[in-house]
Design a protein around this ligand. Structure first.
Ligand SMILES: NC(=O)c1ccc[n+]([C@@H]2O[C@H](COP(=O)([O-])OP(=O)(O)OC[C@H]3O[C@@H](n4cnc5c(N)ncnc54)[C@H](O)[C@@H]3O)[C@@H](O)[C@H]2O)c1
Ligand SMILES: [Zn+2]
Length: 363
């Protein structure tokens, strides 16, 4: 199985190692730290806690698994625990877990002593292909997700796909939703997955290494071109205007994020087609076929049935108008016209959005 090292060209630059059985590399950088604070969650600690035993001078802090740990209260506990562990400015934090641990740990590292070093060791597919790279960190507020955060780039990311063996199926499918998003942005990866989806669907180790590396490479390019999301980085929100509405209307936590994103990409393509914006004729069909081959449920009807959620068009439209990325109540969309042909800041006509939603609801 090959391993890849991808450079993320922000200032200062850092590297992302992707491979199978490479987690020991996560112990390298902490050799130079005064102390190491490992943040994880209880599931990852139980399943994989031994993996980081080689890190010297380390204290381990485990938060409860799940989105609720991305809170100010948990953040304060982590900061207090950094003090209790004797961490100073020359110490560093290793975020060992999924996107929840990565976002919470990244923000704690951004704040502690106005910023300490951070190594991300993602253990979910979503965290490997998306949240561990790019430097966005956040906690949630009562008013919404990710409303308090900071940009704090990691010093290094070590993505070992062997952790994915224990990931529950729906969490894996959720990661696949973000993989497909990245593949649409990339083009080449989309064609590769279309040609042979079965290896990825069954978590073939060598295939995972290559696919995760391709996703990281694409994300790294986008992030480096726009580290603070003023333009091109918005492309990474493909499918997300719809997905946030789906997650909100279903009730957060009911539908895994990346699964909502997969349907969101389909809806954006369909609304673009209805609006006659020049969406490639066969694209929506090819996308749906790929999601089916990867065993990712898609379409509002399938999501409603599978996750017991009422996803009515009117409620989804209302949620989108309230989205934080709306401009004066008009939601902005990222629209895929085809593989590697994606545009951001498209104001889709409401009638086209409604038509796409209605059609998807009928299934
Ligand atoms: N910062 C960013 O750029 C960015 C991008 C995308 C998503 N996010 C954030 O990421 C979060 C979602 O991340 P996630 O999907 O990784 O969820 P998560 O961190 O909640 O992990 C999902 C579940 O899988 C468990 N788990 C983790 N690794 C495991 C393993 N190897 N085996 C078995 N179980 C394991 C966790 O304990 C948890 O129960 C959201 O809060 C989202 O806002 C951030
Ligand atoms: Zn996402």
């Amino acid at each position: 199985v090959s391993a890849h090292t991808i450079q993320v060209a922000v200032v200062p630059r850092y590297s992302v190692d992707v491979g199978a059985g490479i987690v020991a590399r996560a112990a390298d950088r902490p050799q130079g730290w005064s102390r190491t604070f490992v943040l994880t969650d209880a599931n990852v600690a139980r399943l994989h806690g031994a993996a980081l035993a080689a890190i010297p001078r380390a204290s381990v802090h485990a938060v409860p698994p799940g989105e609720d740990s991305k809170s100010f209260r948990e953040l304060e506990r982590v900061l207090d625990a950094l003090v209790a562990a004797g961490c100073d400015r020359a110490s560093g934090l290793v975020a060992f877990g999924g996107g929840v641990v990565g976002d919470l740990g990244g923000l704690a590292a951004a704040l502690y002593h106005r910023g300490i070093a951070c190594v991300q060791v993602p253990t979910t597919l979503l965290a490997m292909v998306d949240s561990s790279v790019g430097g966005k960190t956040a906690v949630n507020l009562a008013a919404g997700k990710n409303l308090a955060g900071a940009f704090h780039q990691p010093d290094e990311v070590v993505a070992d796909v062997r952790f994915l063996v224990t990931l529950p199926d729906d969490e894996y499918r959720s990661g696949l939703g973000e993989v497909v998003k990245t593949a649409v942005l990339d083009g080449d990866l989309f064609h590769r997955l279309r040609a042979q989806p079965a290896r990825l669907a069954r978590r073939d180790e060598a295939e995972l290494v290559d696919v995760v590396a391709a996703c990281v490479r694409r994300k790294a390019l986008v992030v480096a071109s726009d580290p603070r999301e003023q333009g091109a980085r918005k492309l990474l929100n493909l499918g997300h205007t719809f997905a946030h509405a789906i997650e909100h209307v279903a009730g957060y936590g009911r539908i895994p994020h990346g699964i909502a994103v997969a349907t969101g990409i389909l809806l954006a393509a369909e609304a673009g087609r209805v609006a006659d914006l020049g969406v490639d004729a066969g694209f929506a069909g090819a996308l749906a076929d790929l999601l089916a081959a990867l065993d990712v449920p898609h379409g509002l009807r399938a999501l409603s049935e599978r996750h017991g959620a009422a996803l009515e068009s009117g409620a989804l439209l209302l949620a989108m108008a309230r989205d934080k990325k709306s401009r004066r109540g008009v939601p902005q969309f990222v629209v895929p016209f085809g593989p590697a042909a994606v545009r951001h800041d498209v104001a889709l006509p409401e009638a086209a959005v409604r038509a796409a939603l209605d059609r998807s609801t009928r299934g």
